[in-house]
Structure formats: C-alpha cells, structure tokens
Write a new protein. Structure first.
Length: 202
C-alpha cells in the first residue's frame, strides 16, 4: 500500500513538473511568405518612377548626341587645318602660324572630348543613384505593408520566396499557399493607384 502511494505521488510530481516546463516554452512563431519580385514589379508606382527615369535617360542621351555632333564638326575642322598645313607653298612664317593654330585646335578638341566623357559618366552615375533611391523607397513601402499584414495575422516571420541563396538556390524550398501574403500586399499597395484617364499624378 505504501509503495503504491509513493508511485502515485511521484507520478503527480512528474506531471506537475512537465506542465510547468511546457508552460515556460514559448510557442513557435508562425512563418508567412511573400514574393518581393512579384509585388515590386506589380506595384503601380514602380512603373511610374521607371518612366521618369527613362525620360531622364533619353534627355541625357539627347544632350550627349548633340555634344558628339559638335565634336565631330570640330574633328573635321581639325583635319582640314592639318591638310592645309601640308601645303608645300607655305612660307616658314605662315607654316609656323598654322602649326600653332593646329596645336590650339587639338587642345580644344581634346578638352571637348574630356568634357563629353565627364558628362556621360556624370549622367550615368546620377541615373544609377536615382534608380537605387527609387528602389529603396518602393521596397520600404512594401515592407511597411508586409509588416502590417503579418502583425494582423499573427506571423512572426515573413520570408521572400522569390529570393535566392548565394548558391543560386531558392531560399524558401516549400511553403503553404495559405501563408502567402503576396496578393494581399499587392492589392493593398495598388489601392492608391491613380484611375486611368484621371490625369492625376501621384
């Protein structure tokens, strides 16, 4: 009888200890997924901002083409001056004068070349910086909407299922469709899209 009582007491203690241990274990955080590529490319603001960048690129290209046309004219003028310098009938004084003119023209031509190259580099760098700025701003907007959706649904983590590892392998190998927030996030972002024909620019 005493042995049975001891077994019962030990069983109760074990159950109580197990219950206390489980009570201290935090529940696993639920995980959701989102395709950042799909959301980014489907967000109306991305197309609008890219159109602005495309126009800037075309404007810059137009300016560079004008500079290159001017450079071509200067190059032709320089070649004509060099040809005239080869005239065997030139006096020593006239030849020296034309040599100086050719040297001046060559310096001006080289300076123009350098200016055009500098303008091209500057335009390219400005465009790259603007593109990074636009992308950063859009990604931040997407993250805000994703965070709000995740918190509302009780998700502790949201993984980008369009992302790839360093080995060019998908980061998310498998996910349940019910845990994907892509369409919800995209729908929320596109609620602010200007109506077609409204002429309103956001």
């Amino acid at each position: 009888m005493r042995e049975a009582t001891m077994k019962f007491v030990l069983t109760v203690i074990l159950v109580l200890l197990t219950h206390a241990t489980l009570a201290q274990v935090k529940p696993a955080l639920a995980i959701a997924t989102v395709s950042l590529d799909k959301v980014y490319n489907g967000y109306w603001k991305k197309d609008q901002e890219y159109e602005k960048l495309k126009k800037k690129q075309e404007d810059d290209r137009g300016k560079i083409e004008k500079y290159n046309a001017e450079l071509s004219k200067e190059g032709d003028a320089l070649q004509r001056m060099i040809q005239r310098l080869r005239d065997p009938n030139l006096t020593a004084a006239e030849k020296a004068k034309r040599q100086q003119q050719v040297a001046d023209k060559q310096r001006a031509f080289q300076q123009l070349q350098q200016s055009i190259q500098s303008a091209q580099n500057s335009a390219r760098q400005d465009l790259e910086l603007e593109l990074r700025k636009v992308r950063k701003g859009i990604i931040e907007e997407i993250q805000q909407v994703v965070a709000a959706k995740a918190k509302a649904k009780g998700y502790g983590w949201v993984l980008d299922k369009s992302g790839q590892s360093a080995a060019i392998a998908p980061i998310v190998v498998f996910s349940v469709d019910g845990n994907d927030l892509t369409e919800e996030v995209l729908e929320q972002l596109n609620l602010s899209a200007p109506k077609k024909g409204s002429g309103v620019k956001k």
